[in-house]
Design a protein around this ligand. Structure first.
Ligand code: IMP
Length: 431
């Protein structure tokens, strides 16, 4: 049996798409387990760039089956667009993509709610992607959400939309002075019946198929979206997404038991970034931050927003190692840090005169933490074409070793650029 969970160690955008794509050639199945079209994975294949929001990037490899688990919330319009774009580029989707019947569906009213709720928050905005993700998960937990399976049956869909819109209209009218008209309701129903018909051929019981594949000793990669610090339970709440990107989410989001997971690998950026609001102790707001943003192309793949950038935070990554039970790590975008005279790593925080080594639970504490840095020698020159670990500059190797030491986890893969070829493999991941 060989099952691997790939998680983001920081606030997302660590480069999971590239690594999943890279490991896909060894895998039989890639399964996405949470989030929705808020995610954006950029993958470069040859000279072509692909941006994925819902479909696992493994779809680029023929022979690899891609599953979307029950833990994902699906915007059918966005999914169909992605399928169409892939088909236009001659990527075989039919027969390779499968979606769980139990996954919940994102409706236009979720996006409206996402937007107006954000606007209402004034200065306390979360900075969501406005893709309706939070409101769709709210409906799931409130037990009025609509699932993929419901879209296949027009009658049941009509009844469920009716119940939902009656409730939503109450909220819209009372709180925001808005109303979804009967005509809009009819339009939504018509569209979603159509979506159901177009998507029904992809729907399966993901848990059943995955467990069968595990019994047949297939290699399975569970792909998390976003990152550990955006986790609804363990992230920097309330500045988080509404699902569980952490490794544990792979079980609930696909219907596979924890005893079936062999390995957890954290995708970790060589520095730190975050989009949206919320505390970020090592953030660099001046010229240095701008330099990293430009050099690293740190702009959101989904919204185009500039990402906030800062030094590597070992306190935070240590926390991610603990929460995920991480066995190993991939260090990405190390090439972006070339040509600095000095590089800093945050090894602890100062709070109220105390030194803190463990990531604080309380958001107010985190907001007031001052990073304590260790300074290391930088390295000069372009490292983006180096393919052997031994050939990396000695200062860069020292940086990697220090990170390994601080977070007590081995770096098994190093990514030195966006292309598949720009990768240094130190240890085989799938046994
Ligand atoms: P939501 O997931 O759209 O509700 O947004 C909640 C928070 O998660 C915001 O700070 C977003 O910027 C962040 N977020 C959501 N998806 C991603 C992602 O794929 N990468 C990085 N941040 C994300």
């Amino acid at each position: 049996m060989s099952t691997l969970v790939v998680v983001g160690s920081q606030w997302g955008d660590e480069g999971k798409g590239k690594i999943t794509d890279l490991l896909s050639k060894e895998a039989d199945i890639i399964v996405r387990y949470q989030g929705g079209s808020n995610a954006g994975h950029t993958v470069v294949k040859g000279d072509e760039q692909y941006i994925f929001h819902l479909i696992p990037s493994g779809i680029l490899h023929s022979g690899v089956k891609c599953f979307i688990g029950n833990g994902v919330v699906i915007d059918p319009q966005s999914l169909l667009q992605e399928i169409e774009d892939l088909k236009k580029k001659n990527i075989e989707v039919d027969g390779n993509l499968f979606i769980d019947f139990k996954a919940h569906v994102v409706f236009p009213y979720h996006k409206i709610l996402d937007e107006i709720k954000e606007n209402k928050r004034g200065k306390d905005k979360i900075g969501t992607t406005k893709r309706g993700i939070g409101p769709a998960y709210v409906d799931k937990i409130a037990r009025i959400g609509i699932r993929m399976i419901d879209m296949v049956n027009g009658k049941s869909l009509s009844k469920k939309i009716e119940i939902n819109l009656n409730e939503k209209n109450d909220i819209f009218e009372k709180l925001y002075g808005l109303k979804i008209s009967n005509q809009e309701k009819k339009d939504i129903l018509k569209k979603y019946i159509e979506y159901g018909q177009l998507l029904k051929k992809y729907m399966i019981d993901v848990s059943l198929h995955l467990n069968q594949a595990i019994n047949e000793d297939k290699k399975i990669l569970f792909e998390g979206a976003q990152g550990t610090l955006l986790d609804i339970d363990h992230g920097t709440f309330p500045y988080v997404t509404s699902s569980n990107p952490i490794a544990g989410g792979a079980c609930t989001g696909t219907g596979v038991g924890p005893t079936k997971i062999n390995k957890v690998m954290g995708i970790t950026k060589a520095y730190t970034t975050r989009v949206g609001r919320g505390p970020f102790p090592t953030e660099l707001t001046g010229e240095l931050g701008e330099h990293i943003r430009q050099k690293g192309g740190e702009f959101g793949a989904t919204t185009g927003r500039p990402r906030r950038c800062g030094w590597f935070d070992a306190v935070l990554v240590n926390y991610a190692v603990r929460i995920n039970g991480m066995d190993c790590m991939v260090l990405t975008k190390i090439d972006v840090l070339s040509d600095f005279d000095k590089i800093k790593i945050c090894t602890s925080y100062k709070y109220n005169g105390d030194t803190i080594k463990e990531f604080p639970i309380n958001i107010e504490t985190l907001q007031n933490c001052i990073p304590i840095y260790e300074e290391m020698e930088g390295w000069k020159g372009d490292v983006s074409q180096i393919t052997k670990y031994e050939n990396l500059p000695k200062q860069l190797k020292a940086y990697i070793s220090r990170i390994e030491e601080l977070v007590k986890t081995k770096v098994v893969i190093i990514s030195v650029g966006p292309k598949r070829s720009q990768t240094i493999i130190r240890e085989k991941v799938f046994k």
